[in-house]
Design a protein around this ligand. Structure first.
Ligand code: KIV
Length: 283
């Protein structure tokens, strides 16, 4: 007989794959959820939790590879992680994040690299950062049949120009430019838009101005959905914790406790116990 929990997992398995038209149709009807994942195992758990979109973010440069910022991660590294996430995500839409200098150099380079995320990574969409400067790239990628998610506000690939991880769009002129960029990205064919580290009132203006869902991170509650870096949400990454992060757990601390207990039990001889040990027939 099926227990409550097997019935629940069967129900999750039977759910259809999230699609780009499904994400677009959700605007104004229900809030969307997106989280990062960078490997098979976490993708399985995030997918089981019913999150709509999994972003294989270039933030993996920092949280998985230990770099200072997102600039050093390569296309090959992004594709390696994307393939692993796709194997784990049965329901969520998987979006590959185009790394620094994989789309800025030329439109042809942008289409080719976006195509690699679908062809080699098996992602269902790509994300790229920027406004007016990347409109030609967005149009060409969408024209090639590849869904694009835009990203405005704090765009970490431009920290050299922005002067660090700072809140954007704080004066009227900057806010107006963000709204214009958002409208232009929607017209260029983006299916959704990440808004990072901007005042809530500006995110609300953008959300009202565009027909596509806005997904906020540090952009307040008016956005059509929210995204966080998984390692921030579960308390695994503690080099710095941005104000917009809510830590729902302290998995880093719990991991430390579990590994310390393991070390102590091995050192004291209590692990492995008889229940973890294989015997032999007496003869
Ligand atoms: O790389 C990333 O994780 C991102 C999110 C913060 C949106 O771009």
């Amino acid at each position: 007989m099926a227990t409550e929990s097997t019935k629940q997992s069967q129900a999750v398995k039977a759910e259809p794959k999230v699609t780009v038209p499904g994400i677009m149709a959700a605007k104004g009807k229900r809030k969307l959820t997106m989280l990062t994942a960078y490997d098979y195992c976490t993708a399985v758990w995030v997918d089981r939790a019913g999150v709509d979109m999994i972003l294989v973010g270039d933030s993996l440069a920092m949280v998985m590879l230990g770099h200072e910022d997102t600039l050093s991660v390569t296309m090959d590294e992004m594709l390696h992680h994307t393939r692993a996430v796709v194997r784990g995500a049965k329901r969520a839409l998987v979006i590959g994040d185009m790394p620094f200098l994989s789309y800025q150099v030329s439109v042809a380079q942008a289409v080719e690299n976006a195509g690699r995320f679908l062809k080699e990574g098996r992602a269902q969409a790509v994300k790229l950062e920027g406004g007016a400067s990347v409109l030609k790239q967005v149009e060409a990628i969408v024209e090639a049949g590849i869904p694009v998610q835009g990203h405005l506000g704090l765009t970490p690939q431009s920290i050299a120009i922005l002067g660090g991880f700072k809140v954007q769009g704080k004066d009227e002129e900057a806010a107006k430019k963000l709204v214009e960029d958002a409208v232009a990205l929607a017209q260029a064919g983006c299916f959704s838009l990440v808004l990072e580290a901007i005042p809530a009132a500006v995110a609300q203006r953008i959300t009202e101005a565009v027909p596509i869902p806005t997904i906020g991170i540090g952009a307040g509650p008016a956005c059509d959905g929210q995204v966080l870096v998984l390692h921030d949400l579960v308390g695994l990454f503690d080099r710095f914790v941005p104000r917009f992060v809510k830590q729902y757990d302290q998995l880093g601390q719990r991991l430390l406790e579990a590994v310390s207990r393991y070390r102590q039990e091995v050192e004291s001889g209590t692990f492995p116990g008889p229940e973890h040990t294989f015997g032999m027939p007496a003869k």
